[in-house]
Ligand binder design. Structure first.
Ligand code: BEZ
Ligand code: FE
Length: 300
């Protein structure tokens, strides 16, 4: 990357040197990180424009797209984050900031449907309050990368209902806090809860980002998943998913959220005795899933 901090401003615009002209105007005393970021963005933006050579009409269409993306944003709809998600930028920023030791559960994006203050439940409780969907039991342990159980770890889960919507997308239709809950790991690091098998669903696609996806020949669907945040004092908090292995959208999840290590085995159980012992009907689905936390990084 070229550092133009000490360079004298280049007075007049030149097509060949366009990025250098712009970057040479930056003040000498601005914060170094801002200088680095703006230099890089100007360099890459000018390089892209030189490669694309847009017509005026194309450039105005791009501006109009950004304008309508901004106009779509409100307190709960963040169209710019959605844009970052479908371009793979959210997952890239997440990956850069969560490089973990081998064996640790990988991080993924949080998504827009996380809600703080979900209800705390005892183990074995069902988070499904609307009675729709195929029963699922999720059971496992929270461990350190050294394999030691982490008693008291907090496991927070949320997912869509069987119609493919989060409770917050259907207020007044779904029960409040449907399909979300917080569990606390027992003395052996264990947890378990009941839910329903997740299904694929489209991200909100009624705005400019949905239009862009369609224009690019892409679908809006997320592969079937449950979301988790797992935390414990002294460990790095993990924001993650587990994915159902039979979902058709695993290879092309629209926000690039799938990581190989996060695809779980969903076992279909037909055994009546096992179902009765859990208070379920047959068939039901069973997932055994351990979370593995990395030690917290020492404060800088
Ligand atoms: C989600 O999984 O909830 C989600 C993630 C990114 C964009 C939209 C939805
Ligand atoms: Fe989701």
């Amino acid at each position: 990357m070229q550092d133009s901090r000490a360079a004298a401003p280049i007075a007049y615009f030149e097509e060949m040197q366009s990025a250098e002209v712009v970057n040479s105007r930056m003040g000498a005393d601005i914060p170094p990180r801002l200088h680095q970021v703006m230099t890089s963005i100007v360099n890459h933006l000018h390089a892209a424009i030189k490669e694309i050579e847009p017509t005026h009409e194309e450039w105005l269409a791009a501006i109009q797209f950004l304008t309508s993306t901004g106009q779509m944003c409100n307190d709960w709809r963040q169209e710019y984050i959605l844009l970052s998600d479908i371009l793979g930028v959210s997952m890239l920023v997440d990956a850069i900031n969560h490089r973990r030791p081998s064996g640790a559960t990988p991080n993924t994006i949080l998504g827009p449907f996380y809600v703080a203050d979900a209800p705390h439940y005892e183990h074995g409780r069902s988070i499904c309050l609307d009675g729709k969907g195929e029963p699922l039991v999720v059971k496992g342990q929270v461990l350190g990368v050294d394999g030691q159980p982490i008693p008291g770890a907090q496991i927070e889960v949320w997912q869509t209902n069987d119609d493919g919507f989060y409770d917050v997308q259907q207020q007044g239709i779904q029960p409040e806090s449907n399909l979300r809950g917080i569990f606390t790991a027992d003395d052996g690091g264990g947890y378990w809860f009941k839910s329903v098998k997740p299904r694929h669903y489209p991200i909100p696609d009624d705005g400019p980002v949905g239009k862009l996806l369609r224009a690019m020949g892409r679908h809006p669907n997320r592969a079937s998943h449950l979301h988790f945040i797992v935390s414990a004092p002294g460990y790095e908090t993990v924001i993650t998913h587990i994915f159902a292995p039979d979902c058709q959208y695993l290879p092309d999840d629209t926000v690039f959220g799938v990581k190989k290590e996060l695809i779980a085995d969903f076992d279909k159980v037909e055994d009546l005795k096992q179902a009765q012992a859990l208070g379920l009907s047959t068939p039901f689905w069973r997932v055994n899933w351990n979370f593995c936390l990395a030690p917290a990084k020492a404060a800088a």
